[in-house]
Design a binder for this molecule. Structure first.
Ligand code: ATP
Ligand code: MG
Ligand code: MG
Length: 346
């Protein structure tokens, strides 16, 4: 059989490897040291730094196709690998790793991010706040997740004395929105695109906490435009696999927040809630197989993330016999850590 390489060892890689196994593939995980809960369910595991060129090359030789479960894999070392094995391609990573690049990319595709200005030096922040106004959010251009690397700017005084990190920031308008939703699509090697239903996404302390269907009417109204933006981005990147774009539903239409060149937490419900899950369709797409139906199997669904110590009571979660409980096998239930999720259909 063929071997699928996955860069990154977290829960997304774990669930990708489980779907790959169902279709008869072997997975080889490559990840630097850490929890590597994907390695538990994979045939092979290489534990090496991202910058270890020899280890990466050996990994690539063992794999027929290589994908990512983590968008912050450094691009430099990947440039030396056979590019035809990488799906999605390296360009999707380059764009999605940098908030300024992804917002500019969206503008070029005719989409609508929140007003923003790149802030690469301390001296540029006051001017950026002047141009965009308050309230705003200062975000690191790179490496942020779960709301880390973000600072609210409520008035001009908040911008004083802020130190901009070496890799730069973006200052963007803080919007009032009715709700958040994401567009999750899969694009095949032949350019075919399919979308899953958009859930309403609720965050707590900057971390996704809950997704639900049906989403409010405003999501149904705005998802056509949002899908249009997402498709343009996917086509422009020649994207292969699952791509996620986050949006705010505002009184002025859908506003693009950020993209992830991978399967996404707001799509975990598709394991039981859609005919074909995001994980399986990602595997199908990168392997050049026919895509599966993305339709929801029910009109109503809720998915709750298990965060930190919430996850420990497995028997408690299972006491609802209809709950689909997923634990990621992480050893330490640190505060704010995604430990698992529970999906309820219908
Ligand atoms: P993720 O874990 O989704 O990758 P992240 O750290 O990249 O998160 P963002 O998605 O940029 O962070 O922001 C986290 C959350 O903060 C958003 O889902 C939203 O609730 C809120 N937020 C971010 N940007 C804005 C904005 N411009 N206006 C209003 N709220 C915002
Ligand atoms: Mg993000
Ligand atoms: Mg986000």
């Amino acid at each position: 059989g063929s071997t699928i390489g996955i860069l990154g060892g977290g829960q997304l890689g774990r669930m990708l490897a489980m779907s790959a196994a169902q279709l008869g593939y072997r997975c080889h995980i490559y990840a630097p040291e850490g929890d590597n809960v994907a390695a538990d369910v994979a045939a092979r595991y290489t534990c090496a730094p991202w910058h270890d060129g020899d280890a990466l090359a050996a990994f690539a030789r063992d794999c027929d196709v290589i994908t990512y479960e983590f968008e912050n894999v450094p691009v430099g070392p990947l440039a030396g690998l056979p590019q035809d094995k990488l799906a999605p391609g390296i360009r999707a990573l380059e764009v999605a790793q940098d908030r300024v690049r992804e917002k500019r990319f969206m503008l070029e595709a005719g989409g609508t991010p929140a007003d923003f200005v790149a802030v690469d030096h301390d001296s540029e922040l006051a001017d950026a706040v002047e141009r965009i106004g308050v309230p705003g959010i200062l975000k690191t251009r790179r490496d942020g997740y779960d709301g880390k690397g973000q600072w609210p700017i409520n008035d001009r005084a908040d911008a004083q004395g802020v130190r901009i990190p070496e890799t730069g920031c973006v200052y963007e308008a803080r919007l009032t929105f009715e709700c958040e939703f994401s567009v999750i699509l899969v694009r095949g090697r032949d350019g075919e695109v399919r979308f899953w239903d958009s859930t309403r996404n609720l965050h707590k302390d900057g971390i996704l906490a809950h997704c639900e269907l049906p989403a409010p009417a405003i999501v149904a109204e705005q998802s056509a435009r949002a899908r249009d933006m997402a498709r343009k981005v996917a086509d422009a990147l020649g994207y292969v696999g699952v791509l996620t774009l986050e949006f705010f539903a505002t009184s002025r239409g859908p506003v693009f927040n950020e993209m992830a060149p991978r399967v996404h937490n707001s799509g975990h419900w598709t394991i039981e809630g859609a005919v074909t899950s995001q994980f399986e369709n990602h595997i199908r797409a990168i392997c050049g197989l026919p895509l599966g139906d993305t339709a929801s199997v029910s009109r109503t669904m809720v998915m709750d993330n298990l965060i930190g110590a919430d996850a420990l009571d497995l028997a408690g979660h299972l006491s609802d016999g209809r709950a689909h409980v997923h634990l990621y096998g992480k050893s330490e239930a640190r505060t704010g850590r995604k430990m698992g999720h529970v999906t309820r259909i219908g």
